[in-house]
Design a protein around this ligand. Structure first.
Ligand code: DX5
Ligand code: ZN
Length: 220
């Protein structure tokens, strides 16, 4: 099994010191930096926008993994691309034309991700999988950090893993929500290769980030 990538969610960082926090998780071994963008409409919480992504860009050379929980999504793609996002992931429920959104992200020269909410079936990917770079399986209902992992999503991770392998393409399978050392192992065994973790990365403060990230990777 390949070494899983760890993408800490900065939602659990100290927002008053966000640049330092991003540098700290970079140095602690994060592979990507996961940025949760929420609009108070598609999900019941408000977080950050393109200005913050732009401000963080000089603090790390690692890929900025931008998770858009906003509707509509299309009007904001250029702003996040210009701000320095490397991977742009959206939810297909955020607009009527998911395929067009994928095309728009690719046209901006960015990697495109599609995120499935806990109630959204893997089938949603049927006519998108050949175009995308990443599938994000949500293992909580999006909106907040610190929620419990929804175990039924393991079956979906297995199903998506099969779909990805069938394409023969290099598509990342990311899982997000309630990831700790135990659920990380379950998600990896089900076929995930990128783990998003907010609470489990940032707990204990900066002196713990490296050991927290290493623990999430487990023996893999
Ligand atoms: C939830 C976000 C997640 C969240 C994960 O809507 O998409 O990225 O920050 O937080 P934890 O790891 O605390 O569940
Ligand atoms: Zn997220």
């Amino acid at each position: 099994m390949a070494r899983p990538l760890i993408s800490p969610s900065i939602l659990s960082a100290d927002f008053a010191r966000l640049g330092e926090e991003v540098r700290a998780i970079d140095e602690a071994g994060a592979d990507w930096i996961h940025v949760d963008v929420m609009d108070g409409h598609f999900v019941p919480n408000l977080t950050i926008g393109p200005a913050v992504v732009k401000a963080l860009r000089p603090h790390t050379a690692k890929p900025l993994d931008v998770h858009l929980m906003i509707a509509p999504v299309d009007p904001f793609l250029t702003a996040f691309a210009d701000a320095g996002a490397d991977i742009i992931t959206f939810h297909p429920e955020a607009g009527p034309h998911a395929h067009r959104t994928v095309q728009a992200i690719k046209a901006l020269g960015k990697q495109a991700g599609v995120s499935l909410n806990p109630a959204t079936p893997a089938k949603m990917l049927d006519y998108l999988i050949d175009e995308i770079d990443l599938v994000l399986v949500m293992s909580v209902n999006p909106g907040f950090g610190g929620q419990s992992f929804i175990a039924s999503q393991l079956k979906k991770i297995e199903a998506v893993r099969k779909m990805i392998d069938k394409t023969g393409r290099d598509i990342r399978l990311q899982v997000d929500g309630g990831i700790d050392v135990g659920t990380a192992t379950q998600a990896i065994e089900a076929g995930a290769d990128v783990l998003v973790a907010g609470t489990a990365t940032f707990r204990g403060g900066p002196q713990r980030y490296a050991e927290n990230i290493a623990a999430l990777r487990g023996g893999h």
